[in-house]
Design a protein around this ligand. Structure first.
Ligand code: XIL
Length: 334
């Protein structure tokens, strides 16, 4: 029996509170999700390689389970993701004779995929991460812009605009997002800004910027987070935090000895969540949802990334789904 206040109620006048889920976690974390969260994202099962592993094979079973749960619970559902360089099957780019397809074939395949997937979930999914992570991370090369990929090799940068156009055709009501990580680092922030600005200038249907927000106890700085929100808000689009988690390790930290978080880590995490949610709350007019990339510390992709098998504790709820000190701090802001 829960006695703490539901996050979704506390933040209802500010933004939605979301969680990434799988067919497994909607069972193992079902009551926590229903109590605190009013939005969901499929962590993996709506990605290209899972939905559409071969040209003539779709597999919607797992995605349908998530969609049905969101409907039953009356929760919002975000779609993730249509165009990405990861978890995308090779057949999409290949001509079956050892070469790559020409761009018109790639676009026809992409359009068919988007029509089928976005069309299928039109009544339950209200927003899609249409294009994910296409901006270069290269901090050393100031001319770097788009990440090298098969998409770029085959089609040049038009695949980005095309994806948004196809998604808009498939569901004219859906809110369409560009989504990326390291989004608060100044060099990447300016590249993301430039991409979205140019899409808007071309009249491409795009409605939001997703800040993945895979953060840790030390990075990015609060000033950089604030600067990123302000910069993206200048685009006049809505912003969402789409994949928030707060690793207790610095990215370059490869230590594997911890089997539980230290008291210092938990205190730092509580303080960090508090200061971040203060900023998010302050900018609530621009921010429509804050989605965590999970819900509680019993399951996080960070248990396997970037160090395989290392436990992490990135959320507001512990492994037994009890509220952590970080929850208390976030709960008292609104
Ligand atoms: C991750 C999932 O959490 C993992 O389970 C999977 O193995 C790899 O992908 N950016 C994204 C997400 O946009 O889709 C990624 O999700 C995390 C980074």
């Amino acid at each position: 029996i829960r006695t703490e206040a539901p996050l979704k109620e506390l933040y209802k006048d500010a933004f939605q509170i979301g969680a990434a889920v799988s067919p497994k976690t909607i069972v193992t974390q079902g009551s926590l999700l229903a109590y605190h969260f009013n939005s969901l994202t499929a962590e993996n099962v709506m990605k290209f390689e899972i939905l559409h592993p071969q040209e003539d094979v779709y597999s919607f079973e797992d995605a349908d389970v998530i969609a049905a749960f969101a409907k039953e619970q009356g929760m919002a559902l975000r779609g993730h993701t249509l165009v990405w360089h990861n978890q995308t099957p090779d057949w999409l780019f290949e001509d079956g004779r050892g070469g790559l397809v020409p761009r018109d074939v790639l676009f026809a395949r992409l359009q068919e995929h988007i029509q089928t997937v976005v069309g299928r979930y039109k009544d339950v999914i209200y927003s899609w991460d249409v294009v994910n992570e296409v901006i270069s991370d290269d901090a050393g090369d100031e001319n770097a812009f788009l990440r090298p990929s098969k998409w770029l090799d085959i089609a040049g940068e038009d695949f980005i605009a095309k994806a948004f156009e196809f998604a808009h055709e498939a569901d004219p009501q859906a809110l369409l997002f560009y989504n990326d990580y390291n989004e608060s680092h100044p060099h990447k922030r300016e590249r993301i800004y430039r991409l979205v600005r140019s899409l808007l200038d071309q009249g491409v249907p795009i409605h939001g910027v997703g800040l993945q927000a895979h953060w840790n106890l030390f990075d990015p700085s609060l000033d950089d987070i604030r600067a990123a929100i302000e910069r993206y808000a200048e685009l006049g689009l809505q912003l969402q935090l789409t994949e928030l988690d707060m690793s207790v390790f610095r990215f370059e930290d490869r230590r594997t000895d911890l089997i539980q978080p230290t008291q210092d880590m938990l205190e730092l995490q509580a303080a960090r969540y508090e200061s971040i949610f203060r900023v998010l709350y302050e900018y609530r007019e621009h921010i429509s949802a804050v989605t965590f990339w999970g819900a509680a510390d019993d399951y996080t992709w960070l248990d396997d990334f970037p160090v395989r098998g290392r436990k992490n504790w990135p959320f507001l709820f512990d492994e037994a789904h009890h509220p952590k000190e970080a929850y208390q701090r976030v709960a008292r802001i609104p």
